[in-house]
Structures are given as C-alpha cells and as structure tokens.
Write a protein that binds this ligand. Structure first.
Ligand code: HEM
Length: 169
C-alpha cells in the first residue's frame, strides 16, 4: 500500500513534466530574422531572353514556352552550345515545341494555324517536360503586356507555382 502510494505520488510529480515536454515538442520552433525570400518573377524582353541561349559557358540557359520562361540549365546536354536542341533556347519556341520542329521559322511564340493535335502535343510537353523538370524564372513581356505596353487583362499567373500578387507587384 505504501509502495503504491509513493509510486502514485511520483507519477503525480512527474506528470506536469511529461505534459510540459510534450507541449514543448508540439510548440513550433520560433525563428527570428527575415522571412525566406522567394525569387521575384522576371519579365523578359526578346533581347533579354536572347542572352540566355547557352553561348556563354557559365550563363544560365532559358527557354520560353507559351510565354513562360524556364531555366533549362540542368538540361545542358539537350540545350547547351552545340547540343541538339540549342536552337530552341534564348527565345520563345512555342511553335517549334508544338510541331516538334527545329526549322528556324517555327522558333517563335506564334501559334497561328496549329492543328488540334499540335496544340495537344504542345500542352503535353509544356506540362510533362518543362513544368515537371525545370524551374520557372519568369514570363515573356509579350505574355503579360499588349503590343502597346498596356497590361494584358487575360494574363493569369497560374503557371507560376509560388506567385502571389503581393510579392510581384
Ligand atoms: C530524329 C529525331 C529525334 C530524336 C531521335 C529525338 C530523341 C529524343 C529523346 C531520346 C529525348 C529524350 C531524352 C531524355 O529524356 O533523356 C528527346 C527529348 C526531347 N526532344 Fe527530341 N528527338 C528528335 C527530334 C526532336 C525535334 C525535331 C525536336 C524539336 C522541337 C525535339 C524536341 C525535344 C524536346 C523539347 C525534348 C525534351 C528535352 C528535355 O527533357 O528538356 N526532338 N528527344
């Protein structure tokens, strides 16, 4: 009886410690300092995008598809200088991707006259290759702005996974 009593007393003594330590485990870790920064979305003019065509060894390599600019540096064996798909980079190659063509006249953002099948193929490659494999670094100016520089009201930043209006504008 005395033994049972003292072990109950011990349990009562230890209980608050146990509760406190469990609470400490649940408590989110407090950190001070600046909030983690997300890289801001960039807007690329054609000339700017042209600087990321794999010519310079230590420059990143960018391609735009459907006006979304991807960093394809990790695919250097496809896109780097002298690689088979180097012609696609440093520009918006939407049409070439849709038609699986490296013909210089297809290396454009222009999708005029593409067939249903080509548009479907474009979306498949856009989703299953580019969005799946490569980080998005921005948009072509053309996708966001009209020809006269006014904002394009149809622009929806749905393709930018970390996009929030507050961060970018
Ligand atoms: C004889 C013709 C071709 C062959 C044998 C071929 C072969 C391949 C192979 C094997 C891959 C997959 C590589 C991998 O994921 O490891 C690939 C990827 C690709 N091919 Fe081709 N290809 C050809 C023509 C073309 C053409 C004309 C285009 C024009 C746009 C093209 C665009 C692409 C693209 C965009 C990828 C994805 C690269 C990436 O993952 O970033 N291919 N090709």
């Amino acid at each position: 009886m005395a033994v049972a009593g003292s072990s109950r007393a011990l349990a009562l003594l230890l209980l608050p410690l146990l509760v406190a330590s469990q609470a400490a485990q649940r408590e989110p870790e407090l950190r001070f300092g600046p909030a983690p920064r997300q890289r801001p979305v960039r807007l690329f003019t054609e000339a700017e995008l042209g600087g990321y065509d794999g010519r310079e060894e230590d420059q990143p390599i960018y391609i735009a598809v459907k006006g979304v600019v991807f960093d394809v540096t990790s695919g250097k064996e496809f896109y780097g200088k002298g690689a088979p798909y180097n012609a696609l980079v440093g520009k918006d190659s939407t049409r070439g991707i849709a038609k699986m063509s490296l013909d210089p006249e297809d290396l454009t953002h222009d999708t005029t006259g593409l067939t249903e099948e080509e548009l479907k193929s474009l979306d498949e490659t856009f989703n299953n290759v580019y969005k799946a494999k490569y980080p998005i670094v921005g948009y072509t100016a053309r996708r966001i702005l009209n020809e006269d520089g006014s904002p394009n009201p149809n622009f929806k930043p749905e393709d930018q996974p970390h996009f929030t209006i507050k961060d970018e504008f």
